[in-house]
Design a protein around this ligand. Structure first.
Ligand code: IDP
Ligand code: MG
Length: 149
């Protein structure tokens, strides 16, 4: 089992897509282990997007992610990191397949609704940036045996 960090960005919250996005992940069978609505500080945004510091879109990205509430989440399941990236779709929504979150709900690359960790190191780093250990809940969904063999 693997954990990954997924955030609904301010555009997704403003557009009232929170429920739909969470439903897709729940219905697939992934397990929610952490969830909060929060306003991201500039400091946290710059840390979170540190790898993009030198990019021309960095300032716009930080301004955007700090512009309104986000929903920060940790999801757990088999191959969760890659599977959630697939469910999100490509970074540029116009290249994202229909049936993915970005492919179904977004058009512009700077308004692509969701963030998801892109590998095991970033997942661990991002979970640590957004959640305290005690905010992550260990629990056993009763439907587990109907999702995994
Ligand atoms: P990802 O979100 O699919 O992992 P990254 O390359 O890590 O994509 O970029 C982080 C975020 O920065 C993207 O989700 C997108 O919102 C924004 N971004 C990436 N490339 C561009 C760009 O060329 N122009 C504007 N915004 C961009
Ligand atoms: Mg990324």
């Amino acid at each position: 089992m693997q954990r990954t960090f997924l955030a609904i960005k301010p555009d997704g919250v403003q557009r009232a897509l929170v429920g739909k996005i969470i439903s897709r992940l729940e219905e697939r069978g992934f397990k929610l282990v952490g969830l909060k609505l929060m306003k991201v500080s500039v400091e946290l945004a710059e840390k979170h997007y540190g790898e993009h510091k030198s990019k021309p879109f960095f300032k716009g990205l930080v301004d955007f992610i700090t512009s309104g509430p986000i929903v920060a989440m940790v999801w757990e399941g088999k191959d969760a990191i890659n599977s959630l990236r697939k469910m999100m779709g490509k970074t540029n929504p116009l290249d994202a397949e229909l049936g993915t979150i970005r492919g179904d709900f977004a058009i512009d690359i700077g308004r692509n609704v969701v963030h998801g960790s892109d590998g095991p190191e970033s997942a661990e780093r991002e979970i640590g940036l957004f959640f305290k250990n005690e905010e992550l809940i260990e629990w056993n969904p009763d439907i587990r045996k109907w999702i995994y063999e």
